[in-house]
Design a protein around this ligand. Structure first.
Ligand code: UDX
Length: 437
């Protein structure tokens, strides 16, 4: 929304939320989300044509177009628990719009939703319409965290789905016009509603599948002496495969991949397609395998015990340049290590201590976990280093100095394949990466 406000000076964008603390943060100098470049964009437009408010009713009444951007977490209760998307927030939004709106509205689904959700939103709005016309559009977001501003500024494509009726097409055109202010028109794709909804789930499933595929090969590389980075490079030069999303890692995380695939799996089962469901579910199974496999390798390399040993964990975010830890591989690995009674010292440049404690489900005084201000501090007297996020600063550390303050033999497990293992071995480290035999 900040990018729309930044690019379309003649539109007014009002972001509303029922959470006062969040809105206060959006109105302050410290935004509630860390994202490179976001501060400048928000500061440039805030108070001019970008507003943050808790006055939901007024914003609905005054808007011509309403974006539903509430979260749709995996359901934790009842039918579909653990897989289906929880749509209660979406439904509440639809009911609120039906209650408050005084004239026609275009309602845009921005949240990632199961296919045919628009149908439910439409039914709620239409059964309470009292003569008002509601058009529902689907406009999934493809930005990735850490590069969100660049992704928004120059997207590969913008996808807009809507009814193929004259009214539906007119609504689609209104949203096309917004994006066409800065996105080349040929990059704005329009489809029917269901295709748009399904494309988002499919895009994330394909991206995650590539990572699981290369991670599966990484296990074979370790067994055979091949190098997964070399294999990824070799196959990535095939223009049909392409080089992106082939970086083997300790496992993918983030708020989208797992949630969206689980949702896709649930949809397939719902529509009587168990083989298709099992196919996509294996992408998640491979990711779980990769996380636990990494931890097992750490333990077996360290003489089959990490109990009472100090393990330095470098990086807790699910990827670099974000403070987001949702589904981060680091959470699973730290939990496995805690079960083995290791002492872990965590350093991440952006993630807050309270967040780590919530993720690991531990109290502030847990004696097995310490929180460090630097990589130097975390690695002091450590038996091993685990690199779990690919922060740039980890590439530039003085590993010679680090080695000198560690217990010997000094193990280093690069879960992101960002370090020069040969140079580390020369210093004296027992260094290993992912998928390097
Ligand atoms: C993803 C999609 O890329 C984006 O289009 C969608 O809108 C939201 O979900 P995001 O979760 O922000 O974006 O990050 P992404 O860059 O896709 O990375 C997801 C995870 O995969 C991270 O944990 C990352 O480290 C991992 N990853 C990514 C790999 O392990 N290897 C790769 O080659 C790429």
């Amino acid at each position: 929304m900040a990018m729309i406000a930044h690019k379309c000076k003649d539109h007014t964008v009002t972001v509303v939320d029922i959470n006062q603390a969040r809105i206060d943060a959006w109105n302050s100098d410290t935004l509630p989300v860390y994202e490179p470049g976001l501060d400048e964009i928000v500061q440039g437009a805030r108070g001019t044509n970008l507003f943050f408010s808790t006055d939901v009713d007024t914003a609905i009444r005054e808007a011509e177009m309403i974006f539903l951007s509430v979260n749709t977490p995996t359901k934790t209760y009842g039918v579909g628990a653990g897989r289906a998307a929880d749509l209660r927030y979406i439904e509440k939004c639809a009911r609120k719009i039906a209650e408050v709106a005084e004239d026609d509205k275009i309602v845009v689904e921005k949240s990632t939703l199961p296919v045919r959700t628009a149908e439910s939103v439409k039914r709620i709005l239409e059964s309470n319409s009292n003569g008002r016309q509601f058009q529902i559009l689907s406009n999934p977001e493809f930005l990735a965290e850490g590069t969100a501003m660049a992704d928004l500024e120059a997207p590969d494509r913008v996808l807009i789905g809507g009814d193929q009726t004259p009214e539906g097409k007119a609504a689609i055109q209104k949203l096309v016009d917004v994006y066409a202010t800065w996105v080349p028109r040929e990059r704005v794709l329009t489809t029917n509603l269901w295709s748009s909804e399904l494309s988002k789930l499919t895009a994330n499933a394909f991206l995650a599948q590539r990572i699981s595929s290369i991670n599966a090969i990484s296990a074979l590389c370790e067994a055979t002496g091949a190098n997964v980075d070399e294999v990824a490079h070799a196959i990535g030069t095939d223009s049909r495969i392409g080089p992106k999303f082939l970086k083997s890692s300790v496992g993918f995380g983030g708020s989208c991949f797992q949630k969206d695939i689980l949702n896709l799996v649930y949809l397939c089962e719902h529509f009587g397609l168990p083989e298709v469901a099992a196919y996509w579910n294996s992408v998640i199974e491979m990711n779980d395998y990769q996380k636990h496999r990494f931890c097992r390798r750490v333990i077996s390399s360290m003489f089959n015990t990490v109990s009472d040993k100090k393990i330095a964990v470098l990086g807790f975010a699910f990827k670099k340049d974000t403070n987001d830890t949702r589904e981060s591989a680091a959470i699973y690995i730290c939990k496995d290590l805690l079960e083995e009674q290791a002492n872990i010292a965590i350093y991440d440049p952006k993630v807050e201590v309270a967040q780590i404690q919530r993720d690991l489900e531990i109290d502030a005084d847990n004696k097995y976990v310490t929180y460090c201000e630097s990589a130097m501090e975390a690695t002091k007297d450590a038996h091993a280093i685990l690199v779990l996020t690919e922060w740039d600063e980890f590439k530039a550390l003085d590993y010679k100095k680090i080695y000198e303050q560690m217990q010997l033999p000094a193990f280093l497990f690069d879960g992101r394949n960002i370090l020069d293992l040969e140079a580390l071995a020369e210093i004296g480290f027992e260094a290993s990466g992912i998928g390097k035999g």
